[in-house]
Design a protein around this ligand. Sequence first.
Ligand code: GRE
Ligand code: ZN
Length: 332
Amino acid sequence: MKTIDLENHFLTPTWLEALHANKGFPTVDPQKGLGFAPDAWMPLAVEPKLADVAEARLRLMDEAGVDYAVLSVTSPGAEQFPPEIGKKVARDANDFLARVIEKYPERFGGFACLAPKDPEWSAAELERCIKELGFSGWNTHSNYGDSYLDEKKYWPLLAKCEELDIPIYLHPAVPKIAELREFGMVLSGPTLGFGTDVTYCFMRMIVRGVFDAYPKLKIIMGHFGEALPFLVDRVNRAWMQNHAKPNPEIGEGCKMPAGHYIKHNLWVTTSGNYLPAAFYCTRDSLGMDRILLGTDFPYENMKDCMDFLRSLPLTAEEAYALFEGNARALGF
Ligand code: GRE
Ligand code: ZN
């Protein structure tokens, strides 16, 4: 059995240069580190680990027992740059990643990095990534600084994902909602704000009717679906209480109660949450065929994640699904 890790991040020199040069956010400050918003800074300690996509990462993968990692550009990707810069950063990242995969085809796969503020360009670049570079999906983020993926201007890109039959990894970014940032990274980061923003983005996609328009879309979320498996019944309350229609300017709303789309369009990974009850809730709620391996390297330790998963009393069939089978079924 192979172990396939779907949340494993890297950066490129061009991405880092663009951060340094960017007048607004995201940016980088020699003292404070990576700045994702005016009030959300992250220490630079992970930078060398993000930058290595060769021997050091492979050694840690070997120690943890991760055979194959599908790499993605770290949050917030290229989405928040002005479009012309975002496109340059994304295209460079995809070419960079293609060279890494060419060098280590047995160890690394790829998620495309796009600049959705130019949806037509991004649809064409996605097609290049899948058909020419051999990537397996698109890794995007829970907000684009000024907008979210549910908005109509992004639908051509969603149509392209459905047409190419590739999954979208919806990764956290620092929330756009300012109040979620007022405590800084301690609450806007992985502790709370990240998951809140991803959940919010996905619920917007549901209520906007994205999954009625594109029913075959496959969304992957880290961190056991950012609590959505736990909420799969709770989110149906609006439909049971006749509050299911959004404000008219949003549109007609979705056809089914929200829980339907969580069960049909969502896959989740195991990143950064080592609570057995979280795993069991996800398995009960979505099913064993919806949980995939994600370690969230280098923000989390690959070995901790693997040790946790190996400590769970899974059948051989469940372990195969988790570590390899479900990823293969999604095209990895
Ligand atoms: C992550 O990918 O989970 C992550 C970031 C940035 C900061 C912390 C973190 O992308 O966990
Ligand atoms: Zn991550």
